[in-house]
Each structure stands twice: as structure tokens, then as C-alpha cells.
Design a protein around this ligand. Sequence first.
Ligand SMILES: Nc1ncnc2c1ncn2[C@@H]1O[C@H](COP(=O)(O)OP(=O)(O)OP(=O)(O)O)[C@@H](O)[C@H]1O
Ligand SMILES: [Mg+2]
Length: 142
Amino acid sequence: MATLISHSPEETEALGEKFGRAVRPGWVIALSGELGAGKTQFVKGLVRGLGVSARVHSPTFTLVAEYDGGRLKLFHLDLYRLETRQQILSAGVEEYLQPDGVAVIEWAERMAEVWPDTDWKKVRIETLNDTDREIIYDDFGA
Ligand SMILES: Nc1ncnc2c1ncn2[C@@H]1O[C@H](COP(=O)(O)OP(=O)(O)OP(=O)(O)O)[C@@H](O)[C@H]1O
Ligand SMILES: [Mg+2]
């Protein structure tokens, strides 16, 4: 585990970008942290680090967004609306746990109990104040 204090959206994005350069096929990155913590900000960097130039939004209503054209294909999931175990099971999340490429999942705490044995890289963002975030993350080998 490593810890970083981010003082700006750009610093959070920069950590995502480093992940994007280091990710290997099949990785699942589990993002947790409250509303507005910076999960999507992190994904913006991740997308860039993979070499994709695309705009990134939380796929809150569509469950998953796919980004092609980078070093690896990226699936971006947002589980915010899936509150119960049953909703998670029926949404089709499971296929992204062994992605053909890389998966990054916002609100991953929603599924931690449903698939406790999943091997993923955890990234937790704690909001300290308006601009500061504590980011605790599994080492990713960069
Ligand atoms: N150090 C920081 N890191 C990340 N975001 C920051 C930071 N400081 C301020 N912000 C602001 O916090 C907000 C983070 O929004 P973002 O959409 O990334 O959050 P989120 O965790 O994805 O929220 P949601 O759960 O709604 O999807 C942005 O408005 C960003 O500008
Ligand atoms: Mg988001």
C-alpha cells in the first residue's frame, strides 16, 4: 500500500496517468470514496496514461463506458446506482472482473461483499477538504 496527498485535481489525475502507463491486461482497479472525491478525475488520468484521447464522464446511467484506441482496451464502470446485492448481480458486472483489457470501477465498495475474492488493485480516495485528498492505493509497480 502507498499513500499520496493530492492537492489538486491535476495531481489526482497524474496518479491515474501513472497507473495507466503501468496497467497490465486483466487488471481490475477498484475505486472507492465519497461523492466528489475524485474517482472520475483519476480515471481521466488513467485514460490518458493508456494513450486514449477521449472525454471522460462517470457512466452513472449506462453502467459501463468503453475506451478503445489505447495500449489496452478500458472498461469504466460506475456502480453508484446499484445499491443491493441483487441489483449488482443482475447488472452484468461480473464479466468485467476478468476484462479483455482493463476495468476501472467507481463505487467498487458496492461489490466488495458480492465478490470478496476478486483480485483487484484498490484505490481509496478520502476527501480532506476542498482541494486535498488522501489517496491510499495498492502498489502498481511503477
Ligand atoms: N485533489 C483533488 N483531486 C481530485 N479532485 C479534486 C481535488 N480537489 C478538488 N477536486 C474536485 O473534486 C471533484 C471531483 O469530482 P469527480 O467527478 O472526479 O468525483 P467522483 O469521486 O467521481 O464523484 P462521483 O461519486 O459523483 O462519481 C472535481 O470537481 C474536482 O475538480
Ligand atoms: Mg465519478
